[in-house]
Design a protein around this ligand. Structure first.
Ligand code: ADP
Length: 774
């Protein structure tokens, strides 16, 4: 029935992260409840003041009586305060208070400062008699002093500042049993002091240091319950963690770099050459303000892994920043700290992760940056990539400049078409084309298979994948420019074999397993994998010694299922009105079937297959050219008229109807397809073609020849018609591929048609002319 009267000085509340209030009160006196007047909505009572009355403060008698007790108390209090760090202003103030305050006020004040449980605090408040209060508080003081002594002992035995705090925490808990809020607060205070120390000893820039010191000053004054407290602390911790001045030493030696690149990657000579040139310039001239390298090519051709190798040759840390789908500029530059949940951008985050200021940053998929209402991330990247500006890159979250000039940026993309021009301008594009089948086989055997074996805990003694099998996987289970799907398929094979090997090891103890080996399936009988010495009673069955599981076509079919891609080309060309074109996509080259059909109608042209405007125009061009040349080639519609659209509708379809297609390069294919339709002749089943056409029947050059040729080669085609002026592009194609294919260089459509049909596509008009002469 005893309480404390107090004056509420301040009420602070917040709803975030959860609702809470902090009440600041000044204690006035103790009182006793005489009579409760009402309880609701809040209690009202008649009370009687118990202390801070005249007789207590001025009563000489009581002071004399208490003299010894209060002296003892004072001594302990002084001892305790002197054990604390006097450089902290609050401690110094407390020391002064001890001398200036009336003694009888001390038990109350000290109890609120030292570590006590709520229970103990209430007991002291309940103690009305001063003598009793002194007596009760002294043991608490002694306990605190002992605790501090123990703490100092532990502290001395540890050298490292940071570890100290961690080590002490458990001790505290043990010595006091329960964890109170006070305890946490003190821990926090320790942390803040530690943080300040870290800030002062860190090597951050002068500007950053100034900001941090200002923030820590604010932090010290801030009640811990304020939401901003956590924000500020996170900020300061990030600032301390950032590698302001920490870097790895470059160990660049061009010869070693060449070896690393060659060891890690097969083929890609052009790319490796350019990378070595780049590194050589770096070696000669320490601070390179050159363009950013940007590797452009289909997926899975090793763009990322070359980036990783570059980091390896330089001895630098590597960090990949995936930019695909990033549409908010604060992803790059961070949010301002005023936002709830604000974060630094990916660049600063990456630097924090790697912990040095000169890593290799791989900006993956720069062509997939998007714009949105939240700003243009590409514009933010400009600042990051510009060597003239990036020494003072300012992240919105940090709000101080960070020097990015030591970071080596490399970008990757599937196509340059969607990279914003300003960004593209700062980069040097290196094309990474797809691989030929031969290159893929080599890559598989030199790199992918060993990597997969290691990943699955297999050894070459347990599994063998011959080159024909690899070729089978490449041609029948994958159709891609890179090697990613191939890698996945090899992974699937390794998984299946791992199961067999593990089963074999498990079952070797069971004798009946020996019978299961079935003749032609070689992997079966090898799955026994039996170690003869471990089989006691069946040793005489003479199991084969450990032999590798051979992956042949049977095994391939078992593991990967039926082939996904058949050599369907010839099947689809068994009727007039179909031709094979070559298309370029960001994922590499592809073959494309163009189909045409005609029906009675009013001369309309229908185009399907999600075509872009340029492609639609190509189709119109093709029809116009054929109509104007119908007589020359004796092409007629169903009713025998040379006006091909007379009473006839034409429908052109480009399969894979869901994929948007555009570009002029399908022109020759459409002409061939329509010529086949109207002449009723079949296009050769092993011919593919590409080229832009003009109204007068010329064939103009197109892009992406290398990727297109590789795609045709993958699909097993033999003859490729390309524009004459693309001849120079053939030099880039590997010799084995070139040997497998016949190239027809066409300058005009007559040459295209001649090459596309078996026995040529003769101009009939001249023949007629001759006839008439005879
Ligand atoms: P990208 O970034 O071009 O999409 P990745 O770099 O992720 O492709 O490559 C996919 C996988 O293929 C990686 O495991 C890589 O090691 C492997 N790879 C690609 N090209 C080669 C090559 N020329 N030599 C060795 N491994 C390669």
């Amino acid at each position: 029935r005893i309480g404390t009267a107090a004056l509420a000085v301040q009420v602070v509340g917040s709803n975030w992260p959860k609702p809470h209030y902090t009440l600041l009160v000044t204690g006035l006196c103790r009182f006793q409840i005489l009579q409760l007047l009402k309880e609701k909505p809040y209690p009202v009572a008649e009370v009687q003041q118990l202390d801070r009355l005249e007789q207590f403060t001025n009563g000489h008698k009581s002071e004399e009586e208490l003299g010894e007790l209060s002296e003892q108390f004072y001594k302990y209090a002084v001892q305790l305060v002197e054990m604390l760090d006097m450089s902290v202003p609050a401690v110094a103030k407390l020391r002064r208070l001890l001398d200036n305050l009336p003694r009888e006020a001390l038990p109350d004040i000290l109890t609120s400062i030292i570590r006590t449980t709520n229970q103990e605090k209430l007991q002291i408040l309940d103690a009305v008699r001063l003598e009793e209060r002194f007596k009760m508080t002294i043991p608490l003081l002694v306990r605190q002093i002992e605790g501090l002594k123990l703490l100092q002992k532990t502290r001395k035995s540890k050298q490292d500042d940071d570890k100290r705090v961690v080590a002490i925490r458990p001790n505290r808990r043990i010595s006091h049993g329960s964890v109170t809020e006070d305890e946490e607060e003190e821990e926090d205070h320790d942390d803040v002091v530690m943080l300040e120390k870290k800030i002062r000893t860190s090597s951050m820039s002068e500007q950053a240091l100034k900001v941090c010191l200002k923030e820590i000053k604010r932090l010290k004054k801030m009640p811990q319950s304020m939401p901003e407290y956590a924000l500020t602390r996170n900020y300061l911790e990030l600032m301390v963690e950032l590698p302001w001045n920490k870097s790895t030493k470059d160990r660049l030696e061009i010869r070693a770099a060449r070896i690393v690149l060659d060891n890690d990657h097969y083929a890609m000579e052009k790319l490796k050459k350019r990378v070595l040139e780049y590194l050589a310039v770096r070696q000669l001239k320490n601070n390179l303000k050159g363009p950013i390298l940007c590797f452009v090519g289909p997926p899975g051709v090793g763009k990322t892994s070359v980036g990783r190798s570059i980091a390896k040759t330089l001895g630098r840390e590597f960090h990949r920043i995936a930019l695909g789908g990033v549409c908010d500029q604060s992803d790059i530059r961070g949010h301002r700290r005023t936002y709830v949940g604000s974060m630094p951008g990916r660049i600063i985050n990456g630097l924090k992760t790697v912990g040095v200021n000169n890593p290799v940053f791989l900006l993956d998929e720069v062509d997939k940056l998007a714009k949105s209402l939240q700003g243009d991330p590409a514009a933010a990247l400009l600042e990051v990539l510009d060597p003239e500006q990036n020494h003072s890159f300012t992240d919105h979250y940090l709000n101080v400049a960070f020097d990015l000039s030591q970071v080596l940026f490399i970008a990757t993309a599937n196509t340059t078409a969607t990279i914003p021009p300003a960004l593209l301008d700062r980069m040097e594009v290196i094309q990474v084309p797809g691989y030929t089948q031969e290159e893929k086989i080599e890559i598989a055997h030199r790199h992918l298979i060993p990597k997969q074996l290691e990943l699955h805990g297999l050894t070459p003694q347990q599994i063998q994948i011959p080159q024909v099998t690899t070729l089978g996987i490449i041609t029948r289970y994958t159709r891609e420019a890179g090697v990613r799907a191939l890698d996945r398929k090899l992974g699937a094979i390794c998984r299946a074999v791992a199961v067999k090997v593990a089963e074999g090891q498990h079952k070797e103890a069971k004798p009946d397993r020996a019978e299961v080996g079935e003749g032609e399936d070689c992997k079966e009988h090898i799955t026994e994998d039996a170690k003869p010495e471990s089989i006691s009673d069946t040793a005489d069955l003479a199991l084969p010694p450990e032999m590798p599981i051979l992956i042949d076509f049977h095994a391939l079919k078992d593991i990967l299922g039926p082939p996904m891609y058949d050599m369907e080309v010839s099947e689809r060309l068994n009727q007039p009105g179909v031709a094979i074109g070559l298309a370029w996509t960001p994922l590499g080259g592809e073959i494309m079937f163009v189909e045409a059909s005609r029906m009675d109608g009013e001369g309309q042209l229908t185009l399907t297959g999600q075509l872009g405007d340029v492609m639609k125009e190509s189709a119109h061009l093709a029809i116009s050219w054929l109509r104007s040349n119908a007589k020359r080639y004796q092409l007629t519609n169903a009713s025998g008229s040379f006006d091909l659209l007379d009473n006839t509708d034409i429908h052109l379809h480009f399969p894979a109807g869901a994929v948007t297609k555009d570009g002029p390069s399908a022109g020759v294919t459409i002409v061939t397809c329509l010529a086949s339709l109207f002449s009723g002749r079949l296009v050769c089943s092993d011919v593919a073609m590409t080229g832009e056409i003009t109204l007068r029947g010329l064939v103009l050059p197109v892009g992406g020849i290398k990727d297109k040729v590789l795609a045709a080669h993958r699909a097993g085609l033999k003859r490729i018609i390309i524009p004459q002026r693309n001849e120079k592009d053939l030099e880039e194609i590997a010799a084995p591929v070139r040997q497998d294919l016949t190239f027809v260089l066409a300058g005009c459509l007559d040459e295209v048609l001649n090459a596309a049909f078996d026995g040529g596509f003769a101009v009939k008009a001249r023949l007629e002319h001759l006839n008439s002469k005879l």
